[in-house]
Design a protein around this ligand. Sequence first.
Ligand SMILES: [Zn+2]
Length: 189
Amino acid sequence: MAYDGRVMRQALQRFEEDRQRRQTQYQERRERIYARQPRLREIDGELRSTMSRIISGALRHGTDPRSAVAVLRDENLSLQTEKRELLKKMGLPEDALEETPACPLCGDTGYRGGQVCRCLREYYAQEQQRELYRSLAEGLLRGVPLLIKKHPDDPLDYGEVFPGARTIGPVFPAELLPYVFRGKRPQRV
Ligand SMILES: [Zn+2]
């Protein structure tokens, strides 16, 4: 599939904004958990340094790193267990302190095996839709009063594309649309 460079740049910008928003939310969530149970911050710190010790230990020992690695692995396991139990006591899931990507296919990079991942393709499609509406807003529909009925699954911000248009809210099925106007039907929908 060929991608339009400008549309893709806009898609990537929104993709990146959303990724950063999720990362900030993750960091805030982690800080709240650490504030409730400071031991968890210590454990995470120890786990990180244990990890680097496992790696540098294995490199240093060169010929036979297995015993050192095994000791460090056991240390790691007891910390993992303590962490799991603390989280459980707080009523939190085991992975409450892990940062899980929104897209497990590409780990939120947007690309997979040299191809654009499904998640980024969705951003691209949305951006194309925005482009289409923008060209309508500046062309055919210029000056036409608009009333917008959103599909429940549609994440697009129509106020941004069509400034001045009214959006019908809250979300309801389109089948009910005729009842909205009760006799005073508009010229076009
Ligand atoms: Zn993806």
